[in-house]
Structure formats: structure tokens, C-alpha cells
Design a protein around this ligand. Structure first.
Ligand code: AMP
Length: 114
């Protein structure tokens, strides 16, 4: 059986996290190393390794992650705006091989990102 990912261990309760949302399809929790006043990770329960491995069958799930992110942005009071990011692969700095949508907000952000 494949090794459980870090985020599966958070879902299982084996590793503690500040969980802000849970449903049948995904979980969201605060990033342990926040890059903005609000920095949440929205993570599908299915351990898809990265955006590069998403298929057309995953489209509803990917859409769901964004709907959850939008609700969480409202819950966090991010009325001035926010950013959602999928880091994919080495050049983007992906460090956990379990798909996750970053939700960042609470400060002005620059573009292009570093
Ligand atoms: P990425 O670099 O896009 O793969 O994002 C992985 C994110 O997971 C990083 O922002 C890390 O700070 C975050 N992270 C790593 N370990 C934990 C943890 N135990 N709890 C919450 N967030 C974590």
C-alpha cells in the first residue's frame, strides 16, 4: 500500500492541524508556515499528487475546491481580495505531493510572484 501523504495524515488525525473546513470531498486547514495573515490549504481527500495528474474526471472536484476556497475567503473576512494558487512541480516550489489549493489574503500582494 502506498505511503500516506502528510495531508492524509492530517485528515486521519495522526498529525495535528488547525482545521477550518471538512466535507465529503475535501478538508481545509491553516498553513503551518503562513505567507499572509490568512493562509489556508484546501486539500481533496483523494491524494492526487499534483495538478499535472488531474484528469477530466476530476473537474467537479477541482471546481469544488474553488467553491470551498471562496466560502472560506468570506468566512475569513477577505473582502479586499485574495489569491488562490496551485503550485505544480519543482519550478513552482511544490513541496507536498498531494494536490492542495493555497488561499492567501489579508495583505496586498504583488504580481508577478517571486
Ligand atoms: P507547496 O509548497 O505548494 O507544496 O505547499 C505545501 C504547504 O504545506 C506549505 O505552504 C507548507 O508550509 C505547508 N505545510 C507543510 N506541513 C504542514 C503541516 N503539518 N500543517 C500545515 N501546513 C503544512
Amino acid at each position: 500500500m502506498a505511503e500516506r501523504t502528510l495531508f492524509q495524515k492530517i485528515m486521519d488525525g495522526a498529525i495535528d492541524a488547525d482545521i477550518v473546513h471538512e466535507d465529503e470531498h475535501c478538508i481545509a486547514f491553516r498553513d503551518i508556515n503562513p505567507q499572509a495573515p490568512t493562509h489556508l490549504l484546501v486539500v481533496p481527500r483523494t491524494p492526487i499528487p499534483s495538478l499535472d495528474e488531474v484528469t477530466a474526471d476530476d473537474a467537479p472536484l477541482i471546481g469544488h475546491l474553488f467553491v470551498v476556497a471562496r466560502k472560506l475567503a468570506a468566512q475569513e473576512g477577505l473582502s479586499e481580495g485574495y489569491r488562490t494558487v496551485f503550485n505544480c512541480g519543482a519550478h513552482a516550489g511544490q513541496s507536498v505531493d498531494h494536490l492542495h489549493l493555497h488561499l492567501l489574503g489579508g495583505r496586498p500582494m504583488e504580481w508577478p510572484p517571486g
